[in-house]
Ligand binder design. Sequence first.
Ligand code: APR
Length: 234
Amino acid sequence: MPDSRAIVILTGAGISAESGLETFRSADGLWAQHRIEDVCTPEALARDPALVHRFYDLRRAALNNVAPNPAHEALARLEREHRGSVLIVTQNVDDLHERAGSRNILHMHGALNSALCAACGDRGPWQGSLPPGSVCSICEAPSLRPDIVFFGEIPYEMERIEEALAGADLFVSIGTSGAVYPAAGFVRMAGALGVETLELNLEPSSGSGWFDECRHGPASRLVPVWVDELLAAS
Ligand code: APR
């Protein structure tokens, strides 16, 4: 019987760590170097737009120096070869899933290579530096900001994510600490709906106890092994 299960995959910073991008909560991670209150809240943007824009300019520039790793590539292969649907819900703002070839992706926390107009709400592709006062091509207001969902703001695509979880047969969480909601609650939503749940993470996360199965180790090893197993059983 071919495996046509609907799979929803949540990814976090850990899937991009072996590509060379910093995670948030490791000892030397982004939140050890910068205060969230200084670079990832609406108040920070209002108080010091230059600091906030520069923080994301540096992270956007870092994308030019990294490449997808075997974990991203394995998920792209899964989407190509699995008979059922594969949806990636990523908390990450990098473009490594896209560059690995995945297409069915929801960026719930926004994206570095996108700009958001604070005046008209338009979101559009952006490369390079995004200085404060950059002009929106739609409404011409000098209101472009990094298209990043700050703490205290509503993540993108929540309706589509909840629908996907309700219709899933398998929920897999890869490379996330389970520290931030609503993403950290997806495993419980899935479990309550009878969806099978699997965690692939370097170490036990805050939510490990809610998963049917946990495998711990580097994503670049765990994810290709899991994808090979799943496709071999198809
Ligand atoms: N392979 C697999 N997992 C890894 C690897 C690796 N090579 N390296 C680190 N990890 C795991 C860590 O063990 C940790 O559980 O990835 C997780 C990273 O956790 P965080 O740094 O908290 O990142 P994340 O879970 O994505 O944060 C969620 O918080 O600050 C907000 O918006 C930000 O999207 C982010 C959200």
